[in-house]
Design a protein around this ligand. Structure first.
Ligand code: NAP
Length: 527
């Protein structure tokens, strides 16, 4: 069986076999095991990052750091097929799902390389305009500057996007000037491990700039220092445990966690209209793509009561075409859940949802999966439930991370829709579908209070445009409350998680010399 080692202190290190094996979730067959590095190997790796990788990155300009990202993107693109196949075998993704993860990661690396090239030969980014601080001494100025943190960034990732999550975190960290340690979710670590292996083989990374820890990190949090950063993606429960250490040791921590995302359908939207069709398309995507295991999947459809049955009918018509099975078979459109634990969690979540809602559809495919073994696999059918809006408190809050969608019958008054949506406790994305501009405006303004991203769609939005589940590097990703309160991506804003804002004040010549952009008095005045 394949053995996956960590890469620490410029070495592929041996370690103890982890308790968690990596499986093909379509067949239940073990495909790899992880060798967990020792604490002393991790400490040596962190030391290399602090004394060599970080300082070397900090000496580089943004354009030079962008060069590294370009190299990483090129390596990914050249090995896309191999990486896709690993994502299919170890994550149960369909080919389209694997491409979304791997290709999305490559695109994000390219995006950040382009942003870095745009900044060019500067080592520092300024924040806002320089300020004149004294009316008597005109040359005395102030300027805010972003500087990299002096520690290490640790990217802890969830099991659903091993490639994209690694790529988006490492891209932002390297461009920010901070060395990076990747800790993939063990169950689906094959893709992330191979990506790091390919980058190391390509020789594009200075020593200590990128390292890899495999396995259980929980007993190692005490090795971090105040100037380190953890960028975490995973469940709110795990995030809470790490946050406890954060408070004790004082390092920075950003969290991207659970979300019960809602989409609202306007009372004006007619059955079969383009806006209706878009809403149904997006609901089907949310239920089926990556077997419903996206943090941004729509979980709740808030529908005017009289339209509930028509939405059920339209959804069921589409979901009954779904082919459940092993994604190795090209006819399969929905694969298994990622792990046995996830399967148990989905079953448990459904038992809870049934207490408040009624199941109106349950697909059959999981009992006879195409190309999958009849037992020992992690297949689960698509499920649609209907519940009664405002009374279904637990249903509005619970995130069932699988192919399950709920239709909530609501009074479509904007205040009611916003209130039901807010019962999610803070979400990553909320969506609104209507051609009635005042209604969209009122609902979207309500959603903005408790949602990280608000998607507004009418009949002018093309079906090929990004849907609410798509996370683009241009826009911030994150949400308040139980979604973690973190903020990733958003173009250059995404570097701020790994940087600090410093205020510089003094003589304008000196201030500009420190930033590395000496300018004439006229240029300063004109800026
Ligand atoms: P998880 O069980 O919370 O694990 C996430 C990561 O944390 C894994 O790498 C895991 O490592 C690690 N971990 C677990 N306990 C730890 C500890 N005590 N200290 C340090 N690290 C620890 O989550 P998951 O099941 O992989 O992912 C599903 C969840 O992630 C869902 O709730 C989903 O909503 C959320 N998610 C959120 C986003 C977002 O952007 N907001 C994106 C994707 C997923 P091991 O694998 O080795 O245990």
């Amino acid at each position: 069986m394949r053995q996956l080692r960590g890469f620490l202190n410029s070495t592929w290190v041996d370690g103890q076999p982890s308790r968690t094996k990596l499986y093909n979730p379509s067949t239940g067959e073990a495909v790899a095991e992880v060798l967990e590095p020792s604490s002393s190997d991790l400490v040596a790796g962190l030391e290399l990052a602090r004394t060599k990788g970080g300082p070397e990155l900090r000496q580089m300009t943004y354009a030079q750091r962008a060069e590294i990202l370009t190299g990483m993107a090129e390596v990914n693109a050249a090995h896309a097929q191999e990486l896709d196949e690993l994502a299919m075998v170890n994550g149960g993704k369909t080919k389209a799902g694997a491409q979304f993860d791997v290709g999305g990661g490559t695109y994000t690396l390219q995006h950040y390389a382009e942003l870095g090239r745009g900044i060019g030969d500067a080592k520092y980014r300024t924040d806002g305009r320089w300020l004149q601080l004294s009316s008597r001494h005109l040359q005395f100025i102030g300027q805010h500057v972003w500087v990299p943190v002096s520690g290490v960034a640790i990217g802890i990732n969830a099991d659903n996007f091993p490639a994209w999550s690694l790529a988006q975190k490492v891209a932002r960290s390297i461009l920010a000037g901070v060395s990076f340690l990747c800790k993939p979710a063990t169950a689906t670590a094959l893709v992330a491990h191979r990506m790091v292996e390919l980058w190391v083989e390509a020789g594009i990374l200075p020593d200590g700039v990128l390292q890899l820890f495999m396995g259980d990190f929980s007993s190692h949090l005490g090795n971090l220092q105040e100037d380190d950063v953890i960028a975490f993606t995973g469940s709110a429960e795990t995030g809470g445990r790490i946050a406890y250490h954060t408070r004790r040791i004082g390092y920075r921590f950003s969290a991207e966690t659970d979300s019960s995302n809602a989409a609202a359908l306007g009372p004006d939207v007619q059955d079969g209209s383009p806006t209706w069709q878009l809403f149904i398309d997006h609901a089907v995507f949310a239920t089926t793509f990556l077997t419903g295991q996206m943090c941004t999947s729509l979980r709740r459809l808030l529908v005017p009561r009289e339209k509930t049955q028509a939405v059920v009918d339209a959804l069921v018509a589409e979901l009954s075409k779904v082919v459940v099975g092993n994604p190795a078979d090209p006819s399969v459109t929905i694969g298994p859940l990622t792990t046995a634990d996830r399967l148990r969690e989905v079953q448990r979540g459904l038992r809870l949802l049934r207490q408040e809602g009624r199941v109106v559809y349950e697909g059959q495919g999981s009992r006879s999966p195409v190309g999958g073994t009849p037992s020992g696999n992690f297949f689960w059918p698509t499920v649609v439930l209907v519940n009664e809006g405002i009374e279904a408190l637990m249903s509005q809050h619970l995130e069932v991370f699988g192919p399950v969608i709920q239709i909530t019958a609501v009074d479509p008054k904007p205040s009611v829709v916003s209130e039901v949506s807010a019962r999610g406790g803070g979400s990553l994305v909320g969506a609104v579908y209507s051609d009635d501009v005042p209604w969209v405006t009122a609902v979207a303004q309500g959603l903005m209070g408790h949602t990280g991203r608000v998607y507004v769609a009418n009949s002018r939005v093309d079906r090929k445009a990004p849907n609410p589940a798509t996370v683009l590097p241009h826009l911030v990703h994150g949400g308040p409350g139980r979604a973690g309160g973190g903020e990733e991506l958003g173009g250059l804003r995404g570097l701020e998680a790994f940087q600090r804002r410093v205020a510089l004040e003094g003589d304008e010549w000196l201030v500009n010399a420190v930033i590395g952009t000496p300018r004439t008095r006229e240029a300063v005045a004109a800026s």
